[in-house]
Write a protein that binds this ligand. Structure first.
Ligand SMILES: [Fe+2]
Ligand SMILES: [Fe+2]
Length: 216
């Protein structure tokens, strides 16, 4: 009987050459980098390293499809997207990728599939693995846009919920700056994590908000 780490390692070894033919070189390197970053984060936060490493490798399984191809995959897979599909563009690759990975590797547990599905929009109740994949996707060392240093430095030093909110903020700012659509669920996610933060430390939030307003 294989142990858990061997199980994840076997799928990693099978998936990697498949990704070489699915993704561009840049995206393959990004996926490997997310995988390594997720493993590092899992170690720091004491969650299953092999599982995080594999989920990181698989997270962009459908990333090389264009919008038209993604729309078709959504229909073929019978995925319920819950919003205007034509405005969702590349965020669909998370949903179709999760479904495709589930079909390709039916032996994988649903938490890995969920982490893949949630890596673009996030969700109201992110699991630890969901957060690790979301954040690793953003901070992996090959990413150079924006100032990611505060997020990278915060890994292991703050709870995962806080790390997710900080990362989500970076992502929201990015969308607003580029006048991109924001999925309505993302607003719910934002509000849910702000509420969590306020319930944990209302005084700190108040102080930081005042400091921010004062600098305008
Ligand atoms: Fe992605
Ligand atoms: Fe990615």
């Amino acid at each position: 009987m294989k142990d858990k780490q061997e199980f994840y390692e076997d799928i990693y070894k099978r998936a990697r050459p498949m990704l070489e033919s699915r993704l561009s070189e840049y995206r393959l390197l990004h996926s490997i980098s997310v995988s390594n970053t997720a493993a590092m984060m899992a170690k720091r936060y004491n969650i299953d390293v092999g599982k995080a490493r594999l989920a990181g490798l698989l997270h962009d399984w459908d990333k090389n499809y264009n919008d038209e191809q993604l729309f078709k995959r959504v229909v073929d897979f019978g995925i319920e997207v819950g919003w205007r599909i034509e405005d969702m563009g590349s965020i669909l690759h998370a949903l179709t990728g999760a479904e495709a990975v589930k079909r390709e590797f039916p032996e994988l547990s649903s938490d890995i599939i969920q982490a893949i599905a949630r890596h673009t929009t996030g969700a109201v109740n992110m699991s630890e693995l969901d957060i690790i994949i979301y954040v690793a996707d953003m901070i992996e060392p090959l990413r150079s846009q924006g100032n990611l240093t505060p997020l990278r430095v915060a890994v292991g030093k703050i709870p995962l919920d806080e790390l997710f909110l900080k990362s989500f903020e970076v992502s929201m700012r990015h969308l607003i700056k580029r006048h991109r659509f924001i999925h309505p669920e993302s607003l719910e996610v934002w509000n849910a994590y702000v509420a969590k933060e306020r319930s944990k430390n209302p005084a700190k939030v108040e102080l930081e908000t005042r400091r921010f307003s004062g600098s305008q």
